[in-house]
Design a protein around this ligand. Structure first.
Ligand code: GMT
Length: 382
């Protein structure tokens, strides 16, 4: 990747778990560190995808427990950690991913630091449920609105999410759309034929789903559409990830007597290897601000069947890289799966187009957009 003119010291606040916002924040931090920036991750656990790099630091937020606290004050602990990290490392900028509670903690930290005679801007990147599900709930909305508006810059991971934010909150600033990205060097199709033969010994097609198995992902629909697909085509399904809906999905697959063709793999780190053996990726979500998992699948040359909601139409092109269907329409999803999987030459064409589309969201093209934004925000404080 192209090297930079001057290195910044950037604090990145994110969730450390398998959720898309944490994954994106971690990939961004690692890419920036490779370009020479000094990156300080601040979270309550090391982010799952975080690898060692000399330019990367990790600061853990520790919450003190006390018998009075039914709800330990994470936001206060995070704010205090931010103050310590900013001052002791002389950070130039904070970049928080997922508004709740990171944007309000950043706001509070900025104000505390200001009292000490130092200025530090913060940028908030909106990821999805911080706006569409959780953020607009009256329990959180006033604080979310205030802390987004106070940000020195706001970004959203898709045009749809920017539009939803304007619709649901009184936003007084410009929201810059910076799409999520994929590292096509790491996420690429590799030869894993030996795995494929073990999982699909008779040449069955392999479908895959990756998520955190929350309600919004509608994992039940993956099982329902798969039941229809396997009536037309010998096929297997890989269910990757874990979350509240996993048990329900397993029960449905037993009830439909198709559990022998479905593997629940739990949380996995070598996603590129698993995606390398997939023929089709299925993402039937109720809402998806972007669908990073679908983009990673496309980078491994896997076409996608997704719903037509949120930012999904910005990455999955109907009839080209896969298909879009209405939420819950598992008949249409199964029909579209047949369209893609019916013969090898059709499948190959979809695979090539999915890969070409993923290359439009290349890491090396998106990272400079963040760097330009950082520089413009810091320049305002100079
Ligand atoms: O619910 C999730 O999928 C996790 C969530 C998160 O913030 O951790 O993901 C959101 O951010 C991802 C990265 O920007 C997007 O790719 C996902 O589409 C988005 N999820 C939703 O909007 C439901």
């Amino acid at each position: 990747m192209q090297q930079i003119l001057y290195a910044l010291k950037i604090g990145i606040v994110c969730y450390p778990t398998f959720g898309g916002s944490g994954v994106l924040a971690t990939e961004l931090g690692m890419a920036l560190s490779e370009k020479g920036h000094e990156i300080h991750f601040i979270s309550y656990q090391p982010p799952v995808r975080l690898n060692f790099h000399p330019n990367i630091y990790y600061h853990e937020v520790t919450v003190q427990h006390y018998p009075l606290f039914d709800f330990p004050p994470y936001e206060t602990a995070l704010t205090s950690t931010l103050v310590h990290v900013i001052l002791s490392n002389n950070l130039d900028l904070l970049h928080v991913h997922y508004a709740i509670p990171h944007a309000s903690a950043a706001y509070f930290a900025r104000e505390i630091i200001r009292q000490k005679g130092k200025d530090i801007p913060y940028i908030t990147t909106l990821h999805g449920t911080d706006i569409t599900l959780v953020g607009k709930d009256p329990t959180y909305a006033p604080v979310v609105t205030f802390s987004i508006n106070q940000s020195d810059a706001i970004t959203a991971v898709s045009q749809n999410l920017a539009d939803e934010t304007y619709k649901n909150f009184k936003i007084e600033k410009d929201i810059k759309v910076i799409h999520n990205f994929v590292d096509t060097q790491r996420f690429q199709q590799s030869n894993k034929d030996h795995f494929k033969k073990m999982l699909a010994p008779n040449g069955e097609r392999i479908l895959a789903h990756v998520s955190n198995f929350r309600k919004v992902k509608r994992v039940e629909d993956v099982i329902k559409m798969f039941e229809k697909v396997r009536q037309q085509l010998p096929s297997k399904l890989l269910m990757i990830g874990d979350g509240p809906e996993r048990q329900n999905a397993e029960e449905i697959s037993r009830h439909l007597s198709i559990c022998n063709d479905i593997r629940f793999l739990g949380k996995q780190e070598q996603m590129d290897e698993i995606l390398s053996i997939a023929d089709l990726f299925v993402l039937p979500s109720q809402y998806e601000s972007f669908g990073l998992s679908a983009l990673e699948a496309m980078a491994c040359a896997v076409p996608v069947i997704s719903t037509n909601v949120g930012g999904l139409p910005e990455i999955n092109i109907h009839g080209d890289t896969g298909f879009l269907s209405d939420v819950g329409d598992t008949d249409a999803m199964a029909q579209y799966a047949w369209e893609i999987l019916k013969d090898d030459s059709t499948l190959q064409a979809y695979k090539q187009r999915a890969l070409a589309q993923a290359r439009r969201f290349e890491k090396k093209d998106i990272i400079p957009q963040y760097e330009t934004l950082y520089e413009s925000v810091i320049a305002k404080y100079a």
